[in-house]
Ligand binder design. Sequence first.
Ligand code: FE2
Length: 254
Amino acid sequence: MAIGDVVGSEGCEFLRSNLPKLKKQYAIDLVVANGENSAEGNGITPFSARYLFDSGVDVITTGNHAFRRREVYSLFDEDENLLRPANLPEGTTPGVGICTLDTLKTKVVIINLMGTIFMESIDCPFKKADEILRNTDKNSIIIVDFHAEATSEKRALGFYLDGKVSAFFGTHTHVPTADEYILPNGTGYITDVGMTGVIDSTLGVKKDIIIKKLITKMPARFEYAKGKSKMDLIIFDIDEGTKKTTSLERLTIR
Ligand code: FE2
């Protein structure tokens, strides 16, 4: 199961109140959630990361907000299941962008990458994916979270990795796309999973703040919205033998 960007305490609490029963209902083996906005305020903190892990998330991926909060830097080095984008510069950023889980029926590798269109210019995600896959056991299920803005870049990397990875999902826009399907060579794909957070909001932020900012063109302090939440997610069914996706289902829990 892949869960879209979890936003603030409302998103975290909604995830915690729904994930256990969903895991049981769908016999989920592994949960990956993007948690880069899980802290109240912004970014991710040790508290919000621990909250997600304790709620049943196995691997937390991040993106452009990975290092908003200084207090989480050491956790990126200590907890191998908390990932930052692999194509950030090595040596200057805490943590790693890839982890391997051996506890499941078969070895599972999770890779976190970030886009470069309308985002900071970092290492090429295509070349970084090649480099990682060269050094990855081919007999693994491989799952990619591509945290990116441009749908074109997401679809292009998805096609580029089709048949080389088992599942590929996008995050970052907080809006789910209705294009989930199995690519020609067996990779389960979706451009963006969506968001876990308050429904009446702009990407999780209080809508009035964003409206005012867009009209006045003045800086504004973002505050997360409060109210009724939802959780966007996708479930990939992956064959342990072929490592390909055999079916996938996108859901919004309200
Ligand atoms: Fe993001």
